[in-house]
Design a protein around this ligand. Structure first.
Ligand code: NAD
Length: 453
C-alpha cells in the first residue's frame, strides 16, 4: 500500500503513516456515497438534525484530543487548535438547526399551483488545504450534510489526521455509513477523481488560486457546481485617528497567526503617513514580544511552517536588505521562520503582490482615505482586511470601498460562522458559512400543477 509519512513540523518526527488512496479507491467511495445519498436525503429532517447534533456533541467532547492531534500534525498552537476543533463542533451544531428550517415555497400563479422544492445536489466533494484542516473541512461538510447531500472529503496530503478522526466521530454519533467519508491522498489523484467523476455534483475547494482555476475549468466540462475559497493578499489599513496602541498590538495576530499560513492574513499593512513612526515603534515591540515557541505549550502564540519545502518557498520571497525587524524563533529542529517585517516596497514589488503564505508582512504609507482604498484594491485578490479608525463613518466608507469579501473595523477577526465568508476577484467564488450555506448544496425545483384541467 502506498503511504504518506505525516511529519510533525515542530520536531520533524514522523507521527503517522496514512494511506495514499488510488483513483479506484476514490471512485469506490464516490459510488458508496451515491448509494448512501438515496436514504440520507429521504431521512426526516428531525432525525437528520438529531444525528448532526449528536455528531457536533461528539466533536465537542473530543476537543482536547483533536487539538493535540492538530498540534502534532500541523504545528498549530494548542490555543488555536482548541479553537479550531471547537469551531467544527459549532458549525455542525449550527447547521443541525438549519435542517428543520429548510423549506421550499408556494408561489401564486394563474391557472394552477406553483411549488418550489429545495433538493440536495447529491454527492459533494470537499477538498481541503493544509493550513486549517479542521475548520475548513467543517465549513464544507456540515452545511452539505444538513442539506441532505453526502460528502467525500479529501484532506491535504500532509494534514489528514484530524479529518480521519472526525469521520470516526461521525460514525460513533450514528451518522449512517458512507454519508460522510474521508479519502486521503494526493490532489492529482484523489482530488482530480472527485473533480472528474460525474457522480460528484458539487466541489467545494479551498486552496491556492492556481489549483482553483484548474478545478473550475475541469468542472465546467460537466457544469459541475463549484465553491472556491482561494488565496488572499489582504490589507490592514491604519488611520492616524485610530487607537494606534490597539492597532499595533493587534497587527501581529492579523498576519502572523498560524505562522502567516492564513488566507485571511493581512500581509500588507498600510499606515497613514502621520502615524507611521508611532505605529512602527509599537508594532516592533509587539512583534518582538510574540511568543514563537513549541506549539504544544499553552503560552505559544506562533508555531512553525508546515514543511521544509514551504519554508524554502517563504525564504525565497524575502530580500534581507528590506527587512526592518524580526521576531525570534526557537533553536533546534522544526520548520521555523521568524515573524518578518518588510519596508521600502512599492506596489509593483513581488512581496506587495504575491501571497507568501508565511510570517512576512510589508508596511507602506498612504496620504489620505482615497489613496488607502486605491492601495488596498491594488491586488488581484480580495478576501479580507481590517480598517483601524476612531471615525466609524470613515470605517464603513472604507469598508464599502475595499473590494473584499470580509472586512473588520477595529478588529483583526475574519470568521464568525453565523456570517457569510468568501472572496472577491481571484480570492474565490461563492460563499461559505452564514445562514444560507446549506442552500448552496441544493437545486431549486419548480413544479406547476394545472388546476383548470
Ligand atoms: P493547494 O491548492 O496546493 O491544495 C489544496 C487542496 O487541493 C489539497 O487537498 C490538495 O491535495 C488539493 N489539490 C491539489 N491539486 C489538485 C488538483 N489538481 N485537483 C484537485 N485537488 C487538488 O493549496 P494548499 O497549499 O494546501 O493551501 C494553501 C492555499 O490555500 C493558499 O493559497 C491559501 O490562501 C488558500 N486558502 C484559502 C482559504 C479561503 O477560505 N479562501 C482558506 C485557507 C487556505
Amino acid at each position: 500500500m502506498s503511504v504518506t509519512q505525516v511529519i510533525n513540523p515542530s520536531t520533524e518526527e514522523t507521527v503517522a503513516e496514512v494511506k495514499r488512496a488510488s483513483a479506484a479507491d476514490a471512485h469506490l467511495a464516490i459510488e458508496r456515497s451515491q448509494q448512501a445519498f438515496k436514504s440520507w436525503r429521504q431521512m426526516a429532517p428531525g432525525k437528520r438534525a438529531e444525528l448532526l447534533r449528536a455528531f457536533g456533541a461528539k466533536v465537542r467532547e473530543a476537543n482536547e484530543e483533536l487539538a493535540r492531534l492538530e498540534v502534532k500534525n500541523s504545528g498549530h498552537t494548542i490555543a488555536n487548535a482548541r479553537w479550531e476543533a471547537n469551531n467544527v463542533a459549532d458549525v455542525i451544531t449550527y447547521y443541525a438547526g438549519a435542517v428543520e428550517r429548510m423549506t421550499g415555497s408556494q408561489i401564486p400563479v394563474p391557472g394552477g399551483v406553483d411549488i418550489t422544492f429545495l433538493e440536495p445536489v447529491g454527492v459533494v466533494g470537499v477538498i481541503v488545504p493544509w493550513n486549517f484542516p479542521m475548520p475548513i473541512a467543517g465549513w464544507g461538510f456540515a452545511p452539505a450534510l444538513a442539506a441532505g447531500a453526502t460528502v467525500v472529503l479529501k484532506p491535504a496530503e500532509v494534514t489528514p489526521l484530524t479529518a480521519l478522526r472526525i469521520a470516526e466521530l461521525a460514525l460513533e454519533a450514528g451518522i449512517p455509513e458512507n454519508v460522510f467519508q474521508v479519502v486521503t491522498g494526493s490532489g492529482s489523484v484523489v482530488g482530480e477523481a472527485l473533480v472528474e467523476d460525474p457522480l460528484v455534483r458539487k466541489i467545494v475547494f479551498t486552496g491556492s488560486t492556481e489549483v482553483g482555476i484548474g478545478i473550475q475549468q475541469k468542472a465546467a466540462k460537466r457544469i459541475k457546481r463549484v465553491t472556491l475559497e482561494l488565496g488572499g493578499k489582504s490589507a490592514n489599513i491604519v488611520f492616524a485617528d485610530s487607537d494606534i496602541t490597539k492597532a499595533a498590538a493587534s497587527a501581529p495576530y492579523s498576519v502572523f497567526d498560524n505562522a502567516g499560513q492564513d488566507c485571511c492574513a493581512r500581509s500588507r499593512i498600510l499606515v497613514e503617513e502621520s502615524a507611521y513612526d508611532e505605529f512602527m515603534a509599537k508594532f516592533e515591540v509587539a512583534v518582538t514580544n510574540l511568543r514563537v515557541e513549541d506549539p504544544s505549550l499553552d503560552s505559544s502564540e506562533m508555531g512553525p511552517l508546515i514543511t521544509g519545502a514551504h519554508r524554502r518557498s517563504v525564504e525565497s520571497y524575502v530580500d534581507e536588505s528590506l527587512v526592518l525587524f524580526r521576531g525570534s524563533i526557537p533553536d533546534g529542529r522544526g520548520f521555523w521562520y521568524p515573524p518578518t517585517v518588510i519596508g521600502g516596497v512599492d506596489s509593483s514589488h513581488i512581496l506587495f503582490r504575491e501571497e507568501v503564505f508565511g510570517p512576512v508582512v510589508t508596511v507602506s504609507t498612504f496620504k489620505d482615505e482615497t489613496e488607502a482604498i486605491e492601495m488596498a484594491n491594488d491586488s488581484e485578490y480580495g478576501l479580507s482586511g481590517s480598517i483601524w479608525t476612531s471615525n466609524l463613518g470613515k470605517g464603513l466608507r472604507v469598508a464599502r470601498g475595499v473590494e473584499s469579501g470580509n472586512l473588520s473595523v477595529n478588529s483583526h477577526s475574519s470568521v464568525r460562522y453565523w456570517t457569510p465568508f468568501g472572496g472577491y476577484k481571484m480570492s474565490g467564488l461563492g460563499r461559505e458559512l452564514g445562514p444560507d450555506a446549506p442552500n448552496a448544496f441544493c437545486e431549486v425545483k419548480n413544479v406547476f400543477i394545472n388546476t383548470d384541467i
